[in-house]
Design a protein around this ligand. Structure first.
Ligand SMILES: [Zn+2]
Length: 453
């Protein structure tokens, strides 16, 4: 095992060195322009990982091939943490895990949610006796955080912010009904809207992704993406390092499991039948319906970045450019040609609690739905929308440039489109330079610093 780790590490270093040839070292001198008052918490996307994961010591999600992004941010005197939420878990489960990691508590998915979705109420223990707290200092309104979320981390963070602000009526009512109010997680009681100072989303599928509608089997595709990605980084054969954090569904990994074998085991286990996973939350109908309850908070600054690596052909159609990472050419091309309308419903809950939820259908046939970074359409990366009585309602938003001094809370400051594919945002620089990734994060930090974060 150790020899495998060393081999992988050497190969990784070689990749990083090759990627860095001819590039001047980034200017990491202390610079107040990039030094935030409050901690930065990075929240990964689908199939991602963070600092609790063994894998992170071999390959970092935040800086796959660019070198550690959190270390880069820390060089300016910032506190920076990388959360490790369930790679294919639902936004709800991930929000609960994020709360537990930041507060140093036992993960509580909520008694009501657990009953409806057929899994355990409690998950991993992040108290001092368990995995331990992510942040050094106590997290509260006097010590708020700046959330920086990649991809599905976006909805994870928006749901966390919503629960902090208003709690969960469903969990509260269930606790009253069952006489267990004293046992209700503080995450569901609300009143913590000032615990988050800002949210920056990076290529977040805030209205879902047409990749779920356009590809016949998105679950298999993501499995293949993970395998291809880890093969490229020479870590595919490593055993026992992939952590899907699904014990609450009764799914545990063995030390002999590889990424491939474990993923197949999960798909076969019936995990998908619970309608409580990232794939369900990423389908357009459910993603847009969830937005109804995810309100912009008047105390939080919001920034969004989105990528487009497609081009318009002379026929007026769209296709990925050659600079898009090879595996995303498949998903990107499928999204470019997708012309459909959604089903207008999704399923919620498990077993006897399974219900069909009817929603307004979405016609995903405009250029902004077709153009993407290979995983997330432009229409979804900019800002969320939802429907009220069949009429589309957009979140408040304004176009802005990088390094903006945001004056308003509760409004999305939408950054100019980035020529990037989906992994470029978290430092996958196979088609990029290390300095361009660093320069991108300087911009992210500047936005946060300028609004007082
Ligand atoms: Zn759940």
């Amino acid at each position: 095992m150790k020899r495998n780790l060393m081999k992988a590490l050497s190969l990784l270093l070689a990749v990083v060195l090759i990627a860095s040839i001819g590039i001047l070292p980034a200017n990491a001198a202390s610079n107040a322009k990039y030094q935030a008052k409050h901690p930065i918490v990075l929240v990964h996307g689908l199939a991602g990982f963070g600092q609790y994961d063994d894998l992170n010591s071999i390959i970092q999600y935040w800086g796959y091939t660019s070198g550690s992004i959190d270390k880069y941010i820390e060089k300016y005197g910032n506190e920076c943490y990388e959360a490790s939420v369930g790679p294919i878990s639902s936004a709800w489960d991930r929000a609960c895990e994020l709360y537990a990691q930041l507060t140093g508590t036992v993960t509580d998915y909520g008694a009501y949610h657990a009953a409806v979705h057929g899994h355990d109420r409690y998950g991993r223990d992040y108290t001092a006796h368990g995995y331990g707290k992510l942040m050094k200092k106590e997290w509260n309104a006097s010590n708020p955080i700046n959330l920086v979320a990649h991809s599905f981390g976006g909805v994870t963070c928006r749901l966390l912010i919503q629960l902090l602000a208003d709690g969960s009526k469903a969990e509260y009512n269930y606790a009253v009904k069952t006489g267990t109010l004293g046992n209700l997680s503080p995450l569901f009681t609300g009143g913590k809207r000032n615990w988050v100072y800002s949210l920056t989303t990076l290529a977040a599928p805030s209205n879902g992704s047409t990749v779920c509608e356009a590809l016949p089997n998105i679950v298999n595709f993501v499995g293949e993406l993970m395998t291809v990605g880890s093969k490229a980084l020479s870590v595919t054969s490593l055993k026992g390092v992939y952590d899907f954090q699904l014990e609450h569904f009764g799914i545990t990994a063995k030390k002999t499991d590889t990424l491939d074998s474990l993923y197949k085991k999960i798909v076969k286990s019936g995990f998908m039948d619970h309608n409580d996973n990232a794939f369900a939350d990423l389908a357009l109908d459910k993603a847009i319906d969830m937005n109804k309850d995810l309100k912009l908070q008047s105390s939080v600054y919001y920034f969004s970045y989105y990528g487009d690596r497609t081009t318009r052909t002379i026929l007026g159609t769209y296709k990925p450019t050659v600079r898009m990472w090879a595996p995303f050419q498949i998903s990107g091309a499928a999204m470019c040609t997708y012309n459909g309308t959604t089903a207008g419903y999704y399923y919620n809950g498990y077993g006897a609690n399974k219900t069909k939820v009817s929603v307004t259908k979405t016609k995903a046939n405009t250029a902004t739905w077709k153009r993407s970074d290979g995983m997330v359409p432009v229409e979804s990366g900019q800002y969320p929308f939802h429907y009220e009585n069949g009429k589309r309602v957009d979140d408040a938003h304004t176009s802005a440039s990088v390094g903006v001094t945001a004056k308003k809370t509760g409004v999305w400051y939408v950054m100019p489109v980035v020529d990037a594919d989906h992994l470029t945002f978290c430092g996958g620089v196979l088609n990029e330079t290390v300095s361009s990734v660093h320069s991108f994060y300087n911009g992210v930090m500047q936005n946060i610093v300028n609004c007082g974060g």
